[in-house]
Design a protein around this ligand. Sequence first.
Ligand SMILES: Nc1ncnc2c1ncn2[C@@H]1O[C@H](COP(=O)(O)OP(=O)(O)OP(=O)(O)O)[C@@H](O)[C@H]1O
Ligand SMILES: [Mg+2]
Length: 277
Amino acid sequence: MTTTPATPLLEVTDLVRHYALPRESLFAPPPLVQALNGVSFRVEAGRSLGIVGESGSGKSTIARLVMALDQPTSGSVKLLGRDLHRLPRAELRTARRDLQMVFQDPYGSLDPRQTVARIVAEPLEALAETSRSEQRERAAESLAAVGLRSTDLGKYPHEFSGGQRQRIAIARALITRPKLIVADEPVSALDVSVQAQVLNLMQDLQQQFGISYLLISHDLAVVNHLCDEVCVLHRGVVVERGEPLRLFAHAEHPYTQALLAAVPRAEPPVRARAQPA
Ligand SMILES: Nc1ncnc2c1ncn2[C@@H]1O[C@H](COP(=O)(O)OP(=O)(O)OP(=O)(O)O)[C@@H](O)[C@H]1O
Ligand SMILES: [Mg+2]
């Protein structure tokens, strides 16, 4: 290990993102959407953090800023001590090896004209360090890790079910052997029966490869499956944080209570995480 134990895998400090909307009149200032208003959290290596909140609370804005796909108004995102928004472009590209993303929509996030082999190997191409044959080999390994076969490499996304497509998206995220995967609503577009399979796969990968997740969801039960800690986001501010089961049992903030009441379940699901050996 080159990092000291004190360096968190991810450290987000006072993150603010305001969007200026188009002016309504020449003389009025442009209206501001305050999507994030000072969000801070840490993810230690091998631990996972959930972000829950209703639609529009700022969850995907956090994901985009952590992935450095968007610039913050102020605040910082540090991955293993490196401030991603201040890194030169070439260094950011290398830092992305440790940081991958899985999106909500397994239909829209995979290019329909590319083969699975190309889709899964795409993050390696950005790093430009591997030969074509090595890329194919690594893509086959990644597919095996998510329960698909190397014979699937030559197929196209439309030949797979929604759950299988999300497995392909996870295989693509795994190919650089990342330390952190940002997953924005990874199962909410899937059938309920398939959701549990994909969550179980994500849990297996967490244990097998020591991956951390920054898992974004509107559903506390999904977060409970994979995360050690959860932050509740409301209008761009973290209003409560803690262990998922504690929040299930004793939510203190009225917004968290309202969020729990909106989940159509009589009881929280049993936490299925195995203890690390
Ligand atoms: N590019 C943008 N320009 C202007 N406003 C934006 C932009 N992106 C996000 N917003 C606004 O910022 C707020 C937070 O959006 P965000 O997408 O982060 O919410 P979310 O919690 O992910 O919601 P959902 O659960 O519906 O995905 C919303 O009010 C949204 O309209
Ligand atoms: Mg979103």
